[in-house]
Design a protein around this ligand. Structure first.
Ligand code: NAD
Length: 480
């Protein structure tokens, strides 16, 4: 059986205590590898390796750091098929999605930040004849990057790339549920010639390796993407040591469909925004509010397309819905389907586990599921389900739609469908969401600030925001 290893000081190494966790392929339910169950000793070794590498790495010109990151991007592109297969096997997502979204984006993350560091500059404030102030942005030092299971390599590299570009050294922990591509990245980092210790990857559980990492006194900042509850816990642990925090957390995103929109496009894209990656994207729009005059038409066209989504073996080109990430997660999503029935929802389609024949007979498959008739303040419409379950609700006025859209503890993203440009801006500005899409979804420009309001997070990543996060400004004042 394949045994993954940690990546510490430029070497692939076994966990100090020799403990491993089983890694399950969601599409088959079978164990296919073992992943290190690392502990504080492994984390400490990784932080020490990063500290040793730091002086030379931060002293390298940004251009040279960038060249290595661009090289890593090229290697990811060259290994597209291998990485996409690994991601699909590890996570259950359709291979076609991993090949067109996850892995290309991982390459873009390194290419983007590899060059962005050269465009990063700091300010000068001149007081004529009196003094000149300039700002130096120092790399923070050794930082932690912790990522979730839904977009494994995509989100892992989204954090690592800007940290390295800014001159920090990294100890990164991927999700223990989907560590395979992070392990493969270790080999590519070696091949790219990244100096030993600049990037360290420690595998293991949240309470084990994760907790040791966030508590380690050598870690100056934590960039975390994951659940809101874990984010709260990390904030509590990190606060006494004054660690800088970037927290990208959960969402319960609204999708507002106004009657004047291009309905064909709204339906087509809402299928993606509801069910892409089996609904396991933090930006998925799980609460669909439709203006009453087009509600029945939207519903009919939407349901027809939902029923045409093929659930099956992620390796098949025809598959649109792969497996959910684990049996435990499938059970959690099924419990919300039960709750939707209890809360008075009408099931319009889906709602059941799917038995896929052949090699996937023991996989974690679920029908894409749509409910209507649920109150906007019920639990199903308030809590993050993070699966292929959406609700449809008609609305009568813009105010009502905004009130419901904003009526959760979350504030990550929102989508608006309308042809009225004035309304689009007006509604966008009133939505409590860090990202608002108008007539599109998951359109990402890596230069834009990314992050959530309210319980969806603290801080922004993306573009120069990420480089600012991983650096500390210093004011130097010179008397003229
Ligand atoms: P999770 O919070 O359970 O785990 C995320 C990561 O944190 C994992 O690597 C885990 O091992 C680690 N972790 C857990 N406990 C820890 C601890 N005590 N100390 C340090 N690390 C710890 O989340 P998940 O189930 O892997 O991912 C799903 C969640 O992620 C959803 O809520 C989703 O909305 C959110 N998410 C948010 C974004 C965003 O950009 N806002 C993107 C993707 C996913």
């Amino acid at each position: 059986m394949m045994q993954l290893q940690n990546f510490i000081g430029g070497q692939l190494v076994a966990p100090a205590a020799g403990r491993y966790l089983p890694l399950v392929e969601p599409a088959t339910g079978q164990v296919f590898a073992q992943v290190p169950d690392s502990d504080a000793a492994d984390v400490d070794a990784a932080v020490q390796a990063a500290e040793v590498a730091l002086p030379a790495w931060r002293a390298l010109p940004a251009e040279e750091r960038g060249r290595l990151l661009v090289r890593l991007a090229e290697l990811i592109e060259q290994n597209l098929d291998r990485l996409a297969r690994a991601e699909s096997q590890d996570n259950g997502k359709p291979l076609s999605l991993a090949r067109t979204l996850d892995i290309p984006r991982a390459a873009s993350n390194f290419a983007f930040f590899g060059t962005a560091a050269q465009h990063f500059s700091s300010e000068a404030h001149v007081q004529e004849g009196v003094a000149v102030n300039y700002t130096v942005r120092h790399p923070l030092g050794v930082v932690a990057c912790i990522s979730p299971w839904n977009l494994p390599l995509y989100l892992f590299t989204w954090k690592i790339a800007p940290a390295l570009a800014a001159g920090c050294c990294v100890v990164a922990k991927p999700s223990e549920v989907t560590p395979y591509t992070a392990f493969l990245l270790s080999g590519l980092a070696q091949e790219a010639g990244l100096p030993a210790g600049v990037l360290n990857i420690v595998h293991g559980t949240g309470p084990g390796a994760g907790q040791a990492l966030i508590e380690h006194p050598g870690i100056r900042a934590i960039s975390f993407t994951g659940g809101t509850r874990t984010g709260q816990h990390i904030a509590r642990s990190a606060a006494p040591q004054f660690k800088k925090l970037s927290l990208e957390l959960g969402g319960k995103n609204p999708n507002l469909v106004f009657a004047d929109c291009d309905l064909t496009e709204a339906v087509r894209t809402s299928i993606r925004s509801s069910f892409a990656n089996q609904g396991q994207i933090c930006l998925c729009g799980s609460r669909i509010f439709v203006e009453r005059p087009v509600y029945e038409q939207f519903k009919a066209e939407f349901l027809a397309q939902v029923q045409a989504l093929t659930v099956g073996d992620p390796l098949l080109e025809t598959t649109r819905q792969g497996a959910l990430v684990s049996e435990a997660h499938l059970q959690k999503v099924l419990s919300y389907i039960d709750l939707a029935h209890q809360e008075g929802g009408r099931l319009l389609t889906g709602g059941h586990r799917v038995q896929v024949p052949g090699r996937c007979a023991d996989g974690f498959f679920l029908e894409p599921t749509v409910f209507e008739g649920l109150a906007p303040d019920c639990r199903v419409n308030q809590e993050e389900i993070f699966g292929p379950v959406v609700t449809l609700t008609p609305f009568d006025t813009e105010e009502e739609a905004l009130h419901w859209a904003n009526g959760t503890d979350y504030g990550l993203s929102a989508t608006i469908w309308t042809r009225d440009l004035t309304r689009a801006h007006r509604v966008a500005h009133q939505l409590h969401a860090g990202v608002v899409w108008v007539n599109t979804w998951l359109h990402r420009d890596l230069r834009t600030p990314f992050g959530g309001m309210k319980n969806s997070g603290v801080g922004r990543e993306g573009g120069l925001e990420a480089l600012r996060f991983f650096t500390e400004p210093q004011n130097v004042c010179v008397k003229l």
